[in-house]
Design a protein around this ligand. Structure first.
Ligand code: PEP
Ligand code: MG
Length: 604
């Protein structure tokens, strides 16, 4: 369908412009990925396929309403067609679901709300549809009744079909941006972020989200400065506004004064210079001045990040989040496909270790290929190892691929979200079956491949001595350990102030994990975001942590801390910290001490 002309603002230019003559506004959010980005805003919407917020002229209103009605009618034809086909192939029961879809499509409240908003707000129909749908999905997902809650998937499905018809070829995802912009959106899913390209996305800002959401983690991997949880972002920022995104402090400045712009350009330069200086030491070992060697590894989400891992001087890969393999695709990855990817990573990193984590689906990451109904509390639901044990068919495909890849390098395997002994035993039993199958098929694998458990659920921390008998290593996942021990949803910006890595309860738990692991002669590392924060790295060093694993971009600064602080001094810091009583005091104290030991990192 031909696109009608809009009364929209000019497209964002590709270079930084001179400052606009509008009042600057400063907003505060949650720092998600460090660095400074300066560029024009590109407003997007929709959780799965961001849609541009475009304004229309009053004359265009009826045209937009017609487009909406035409979109509904085409979607109806499409659904009826699919329904008929499924009925013929699989029978009436399977086609029943489409009746629910047709009901959503004919819902008068929905249709009238869209028409009213087009008329009143002068916005293009696809933007209004996606915004109204989001409201419905949000409301449905909180309904107590499970049957009703599961209807969220129907609304989402129908919504995506309508939007596909409305946007046609001009539907834009972050992956398709033509010019470098700062993406501003209500939300971006981990899969949206995974599809971003650094050449076109200078930075991003979202209304919702927490500091350790997988969207934030993905931004770090891509080295894209990002701020999340800016609650007024999509209301205050307009397409084409000039923005400064300070992903280190969490500040956003809209249409800054020239002097502010100069200040941030200078700061961006300073950061660049420090990073370049630190990168010159990438070949040096992660060793304290008094000879304590620790392992400093990288976290990756995709095989393509191996080059960055090496460039940042990592000792290996401490966490390979394999679930990203399953996102952004309609089918499931086959064993061979996974094997090729894991083999490529293992081979490129050899002889350094690569710790592959079995899929951690659920929480804030959902597979497109499986239509799994949303749960009431996805982070406490059928996530990670729970999902794998409920779907041993999928799990075994991955385990076979990992085992086969272990013949090509030093692969270790670890299970996420272990909460009790039975889970480790059940997972190991499936691993054993996979080993037997491969042996019978004469396929090679490393029979000594080490198997470890992530410690990210408080119950696992409390039974570490028991788990120590079942696994070869532990990796502390603080992103989850903090959320589960403090009861703070890691993706909820409203309570992000309670998400405190330095909370005395968290520090006591970590100290206990390290102590008990060592009493049982088991190696213990950390792969949560806390390990990549220089001030906390100082503390963890003093607690005796054996290994750190973090986004490649954090490695040089953590290495600088390790190489600057003798172990006995780090231990003194720990002693002092355990005399303090609140997270805020502790964080302030470790930051002061970091400044003393590593003045370079002080003002950043
Ligand atoms: C963690 O929970 O700390 C972790 C490393 O895993 P993820 O962030 O993928 O949940
Ligand atoms: Mg986790």
């Amino acid at each position: 369908m031909a696109r009608p002309r809009r009364q929209s603002k000019p497209a964002a230019p590709s270079a930084e412009p001179s400052s606009a003559k509008v009042q600057p506004v400063s907003l505060k959010g949650i720092p998600a990925s460090p660095g400074i980005a300066i560029g024009h805003a590109f407003i997007m919407d929709g959780q799965q396929s961001p849609i541009a917020k475009e304004f229309i002229s009053p004359e265009e209103i009826s045209l937009q309403i017609n487009r909406f009605e035409e979109g509904l009618s085409r979607t109806r034809q499409e659904i009826v067609g699919v329904q008929k086909k499924i009925e013929q192939e699989l029978g009436g029961d399977q086609a029943e679901i489409f009746n629910a879809h047709l009901m959503v499509l004919e819902d008068r409240t929905f249709i009238e709300e869209v028409i009213e908003r087009i008329k009143n707000e002068h916005l293009c129909c696809e933007y209004v549809v996606s915004s109204v749908l989001r409201k419905y999905i949000e409301a449905f997902s909180h309904i107590e009744d499970e049957y009703m809650r599961e209807r969220t998937a129907d609304v989402e499905d129908v919504g995506n079909r309508i939007l596909r018809h409305l946007t046609g070829a001009r539907r834009q995802s972050p992956a398709e941006l033509q010019k470098p912009v700062i993406v501003v959106s209500f939300d971006l899913s981990p899969s949206d972020t995974a599809a971003m390209d650094r050449d076109h996305v200078l930075g991003f800002v979202t209304t919702i989200g927490g500091p350790t959401s997988h969207t934030a983690i993905m931004a770090k991997s891509l080295e894209i400065p990002a701020v999340v949880g800016v609650d007024t972002a999509t209301d205050r920022i307009r397409s084409d506004d000039l923005l400064i995104v300070d992903g280190t402090s969490g500040r956003i400045i809209i249409n800054p004064e020239p002097s502010t712009l100069d200040h941030y350009r200078e700061l961006r330069e300073k950061l660049r210079t420090l990073d370049e200086t630190l990168l010159r030491s990438r070949h040096l070992p992660a060793e304290t001045p008094d000879g304590q060697r620790v392992q400093l590894c990288a976290n990756i989400e995709q095989p393509g990040e191996v080059a960055s891992v090496m460039a940042h001087g990592a000792d290996g890969i401490g966490l390979y989040r394999t679930e990203f393999f399953y996102l952004n695709r309609k089918d499931l990855p086959t064993e061979d496909e996974q094997y090729e990817a894991y083999k490529q990573v293992a081979g490129a990193m050899a002889p350094h270790p690569v710790t592959i984590r079995s899929i951690d689906m659920g929480g804030d990451k959902f597979m497109s290929a499986l239509r799994i109904p949303r749960e009431m509390n996805p982070f406490m639901g059928q996530r990670a190892i729970r999902f794998c044990l409920a779907r041993p068919d999928l799990f075994k495909v991955q385990l076979r691929a990992i085992l086969r890849a272990s013949a090509h390098g030093k692969i270790k395997l670890m299970y996420p979200m272990i909460s009790g002994l039975e889970e480790v035993r059940a997972a190991n039993a499936i691993l054993e079956e996979a080993r037997k199958e491969l042996s019978a098929e004469n396929k090679l694998f490393d029979e000594q491949m080490e198997v470890g458990a992530m410690i990210e659920v408080p119950s696992a921390a409390m039974i570490l001595d028991l788990l120590a008998k079942e696994v070869k290593f532990f990796s502390i996942g603080t992103n989850d350990l903090i959320q589960y021990s403090l009861a703070v949803d890691r993706v909820n910006e409203k309570i992000a102030y309670l998400y405190e890595p330095a909370h005395p309860a968290v520090l006591r738990l970590i100290r206990q994990i390290i102590q008990v692991a060592h009493e049982n002669n088991v190696w213990v590392g950390m792969c949560g975001e806390m390990a990549g924060e220089p001030a906390f790295a100082l503390l963890l060093l003093g607690m005796g942590l054996d290994g750190f694993s973090t986004s490649p971009v954090n490695i040089p600064r953590v290495k600088q801390v390790i190489r600057s602080v003798p172990t006995f001094r780090a231990k003194e810091v720990v002693k002092e910290v355990f005399r303090l009583t609140t997270g805020k005091e502790i964080e302030a104290y470790v930051r002061t001490r970091l400044c003393e030991f590593v003045p370079d990192q002080c003002e950043l």
